[in-house]
Design a protein around this ligand. Sequence first.
Ligand code: ZN
Length: 255
Amino acid sequence: MREIEDLTDTRLKAWCIHCGAPIANVESNRDHVPTKALLSKALRKRGAAYDRGSGDELDYLPQVTICKPCNSGFSPDENYLLCVLHAIMAGSLYPDPATHPEAASILRSNRQVVRSLKNGPDGQFLLFDNLQPFTLYPDFDKVRNVIIKNARGHAYHETGEPLLEEPDHVAFTPLDRLNPEQRSGFEAVGFNPELSVWPEVGSRMMVHLLDDKTIVGGWITVEADRYRYSMDWTGAITVKTVIWEYLATETRWER
Ligand SMILES: [Zn+2]
């Protein structure tokens, strides 16, 4: 993505968007939205080069400033979601390093997560390895935490608006479980320049809307096949994301 300067009201930048701590009084750092580990290693490398001032401007990875305790507090849940996604995509908790090198290395270095995934919420031993169907029962709250973190980050990054309240609605499901009607409802992003409320002048979203290369069908692609998101702020604020073209998420704040 091309980096765009955020020119919205600086008074809104005074607090950590997750806990509300005044940023001036606490240690803070830059947090990637989406969770960096969800992107490919190649893009992460290019993004880091851009941050150091040497890379291509199209390799900017969206970031927001949050407090340090929040930033490190999300790490275990982000790591958990990463393990879940890798296990699902590789079809095993013990993927073959020859065919799924990234999944194998992530799951090998997170044995405690693998152990917890083998036990369902009701203590049921799950099917894994080469048995079909491959079923996991990930911890809802951990996945939810990461989805909210990224949704809040996207909203803040795009519109400059901190959403400190708990969202009113958080949902996630594999994209292929949506029936055709649900799928087209999910993919349609309700932005109509004639009817909608425009985002604040100076916000990144405003710039994106004027640049039809960034937004395709209402979606902003951070990395093809890895991560895309959309925002609708007409009335409620709704952030949708698609992770690895597998997991569809929707987070909404009614206002
Ligand atoms: Zn915080």
